[in-house]
Design a protein around this ligand. Structure first.
Ligand code: FAD
Length: 657
């Protein structure tokens, strides 16, 4: 299997084995279709209830931000992810070049300062402690009120029961782990096989043979209904796909054309030579292929888009035919004998892909790392107790710690001092700026911000740091008081074409240690809803610009809009089974990831580069005592890329010592 980053370094051949290796977290699903706050059960929906950061900080006499003992961000509802208070300082820096005019020097000296407390930054701290020798002092700065970066959890405590959902990063793409990733996870006590067995086998986000239905809405498909069929197999022409396609209720001519596409009645590219065919697949967008060659209309094409939105954050007009087919979208059999062969390979390989997960997704990996770094933060010592472990955030940034995690702190300047022997890092917390010193610094934050943080980087490197654009995404968790209506529906795991939320599913049904996330009777439920704000791209528009537009619209979308859309969609989906959003929804958490997945190169939007010359490879060059980690630096939007980046960046700095 080719390495994940082969695209920019080698000429690409279209083969299922290669294409399936890209952007395939949520992989199972992709190939399937293709402490806190005690809440009474009749508590009202939490509106945009972010407490201001200042409410939770007790600024200690050493001027660092010691957190109050009651501080417990995972239970906060309302607008989370990129929450109020987390982004203003960075935006002032990036948009207007604003840096604080007054900075207070703190008498703090570290061996390593890490900017960014996501998986990459936490892994940097852990690996540095392993590799740099005993007695090292490390500080991690993060602008959010919680650690973990994208790997955060949403926690709901209701009527004595805890329900966990993922606030971002979901599952472990074990098939693509490097030895380094395996080593780190083993150190953390992660047993992938035990995790696989801890989740219900029908859960589509963890198992490719899991269950994913369709919700078809009245506006586009005539009536609101949930269809429950094995759609992955259907799109790949397995089983009785003819009967299943009839249940979609498409116009007769669309049904006929869709069936012809699936069954491969004829080679839709029979006017092209093999070489031209290959080029067509990587240079033509899937929507054009389906429209022009297969005769499908927009509403039929939309059936395949929820998976594209979830994985690439864009629709069929932005993906090459090859990229779309690799997600399990239909059409392979209509590409002649090579396509039929690829279809049989894809059907076989896609059947049983397991992507294990914790009940709170990859937040558990962040929590395992934090507990290793600061053992006093929580009891326990294994992956089995991590979901239920109570974390004491007041322990994160104590002066006696070897490793400190300072939340609500945005780094604004990282420069060498003392003839290059040290790095000075300036950060802002609660409107005050502080300066600290370090022997080494790793920027495990976002590529696009680094040029503003590090003015001393070469201009060519700064340009490449700005090349990509992160994919904006919204993950919502909705607490439902009573699951009886949901139980009456054919399934609660649905792809939702042409709806505000492209995917809806139950929260991870994982049993781990004392935590039990599986459903029981009419109990409370947590529903996951995925919204992708990306607008339709205009012809020829580069995806990076489309993501930027989406990000700006996301910032101006208030919580109330999400609340309204959630209610409307859940009523449309489950109203027929007795669901009433006004009565049944107890709480909503909207995880707004304006800077979501790391940018990955795409067929239609990026050229090929010689090895070593791709933007992310130039962008991540070490500058003296400053190295760059984060999944952006791997041009790969996965937890394992964030860990690989940490190994590289720590190695660079340890070799300097
Ligand atoms: C919604 C979503 C779902 C995902 N699902 C999966 C999945 O299922 N499986 C998978 O493998 N991957 C998934 N990913 C990819 C995810 O990005 C990686 O898993 C990984 O968590 C990235 O870690 P990171 O540390 O590189 O970056 P991040 O998680 O982004 O962490 C970087 C941190 O640095 C902070 N920061 C930035 N600038 C500054 C500054 N100036 N000062 C201080 N702090 C700063 C950021 O705010 C952030 O907290 C998902 C991503 C998203 C957004």
């Amino acid at each position: 299997m080719s390495s994940p980053n082969d695209k920019q370094t080698t000429q690409r051949d279209f083969s299922p084995a290669e294409t399936i290796s890209r952007r395939d977290f949520l992989n199972g699903m992709a190939v399937t279709l293709a402490g806190g706050v005690l809440m009474h059960s009749n508590a009202v929906i939490a509106l945009d209830s972010d407490p201001t950061v200042a409410d939770d900080l007790a600024v200690a006499s050493d001027l660092t931000n010691t957190l109050a003992q009651s501080y417990y961000p995972p239970t906060r509802t309302g607008m989370r992810g990129s929450h109020k208070g987390s982004f203003e300082v960075a935006h002032a820096l990036a948009w207007r070049g604003e840096k604080p005019s007054q900075v207070q020097d703190l008498d703090e000296e570290y061996d390593l300062v890490v900017v960014g407390g996501g998986i990459s930054g936490l892994a940097c701290a852990y690996l540095y402690q392993q590799q740099a020798g005993a007695g090292k002092k490390v500080l991690i700065l993060d602008n959010h009120d919680d650690f973990g970066g994208h790997a955060k959890r949403n926690e709901f405590n209701v009527d004595g029961r805890t329900l966990l959902g993922f606030g971002g990063s979901i599952n472990l793409e074990q098939d693509y782990f490097s030895d380094n990733v395996h080593t780190l996870l083993k150190d953390l006590g992660v047993d992938l096989e035990a995790l696989e067995n801890a989740v219900d086998s029908d859960f589509v986000l963890a198992n490719s043979s899991g269950d994913l239905g369709y919700f078809l809405n009245a506006q586009t498909y005539g009536s609101n209904r949930i269809l429950h069929d094995p759609w992955r197999q259907i799109w790949l022409a397995q089983g009785d796909y003819g009967e299943a396609v009839k249940t979609l209720g498409l116009a007769a001519s669309q049904q006929e054309k869709l069936l012809a596409l699936i069954s491969g009645e004829r080679d839709l590219l029979d006017d092209l030579s093999l070489l031209k065919k290959r080029k067509y697949l990587s240079t033509t967008d899937y929507a054009s292929f389906l429209g022009e060659r297969a005769g499908l209309e927009a509403s039929t094409i939309a059936l395949f888009e929820p998976i594209m939105l979830a994985i690439y954050g864009c629709g069929a007009e932005c993906l090459s035919v090859a990229e779309a087919l690799a997600l399990g979208s239909p059409g392979l059999k209509s590409l002649g004998w090579i396509g039929s062969f690829a279809n049989s390979l894809l059907s076989g390989s896609a059947a049983d892909i397991r992507t294990p997960m914790f009940p709170d997704g990859n937040a558990s990996i962040a929590r395992l790392l934090v507990r290793k770094l600061i053992p006093t933060v929580a009891d326990g010592d294994s992956m089995h107790d991590i979901a239920a472990a109570q974390f004491d955030y007041a322990k994160l940034d104590q002066a006696t710690n070897q490793n400190r995690i300072r939340l609500n702190s945005t780094a604004v300047n990282c420069v060498h001092s003392d003839n290059g022997e040290r790095v000075q890092v300036t950060y802002v917390t609660a409107d005050e700026a502080y300066r600290i010193n370090a022997k080494h610094c790793i920027l495990a934050c976002y590529n696009a911000l680094i040029p503003h943080l590090c003015p001393e980087l070469p201009e060519a490197q700064k340009r490449q740091l700005g090349y990509g654009s992160k994919t904006p995404l919204v993950y919502c968790n909705v607490l439902v008081r009573n699951g009886a209506a949901l139980d009456r529906a054919p399934t609660t795991q649905c792809a939702c074409p042409d709806s505000f939320f492209a995917l809806v599913s139950k929260a991870p049904p994982v049993r781990l240690g004392t935590y039990n996330g599986t459903n029981a009777g009419g109990d409370q439920r947590l529903l996951f809803m995925n919204h992708v704000p990306t607008p339709r791209a205009e012809t020829g528009q580069n995806i990076k610009d489309v993501y930027r537009l989406a990000r700006h619209s996301l910032y101006t979308t208030p919580f109330a809009t999400f609340e309204t859309e959630i209610k409307q969609q859940l009523n449309a989906m489950f109203g027929a089974y007795g669901f009433d959003a006004d009565r049944d929804i107890a709480a909503i958490t909207v995880n707004r990831w304006s800077h979501g997945y790391a940018y990955e190169y795409m067929d239609l939007h990026d050229p090929e580069w010689p090895k070593g010359q791709a933007p992310h490879e130039i962008a991540r060059a070490r500058k003296g005592r400053i190295s760059i980690a984060n999944s952006d630096s791997e041009a790969h939007a996965y937890l394992h890329a964030a860990i690989d980046a940490a190994w590289r960046a720590v190695g660079e700095q340890v070799r300097l010592s």
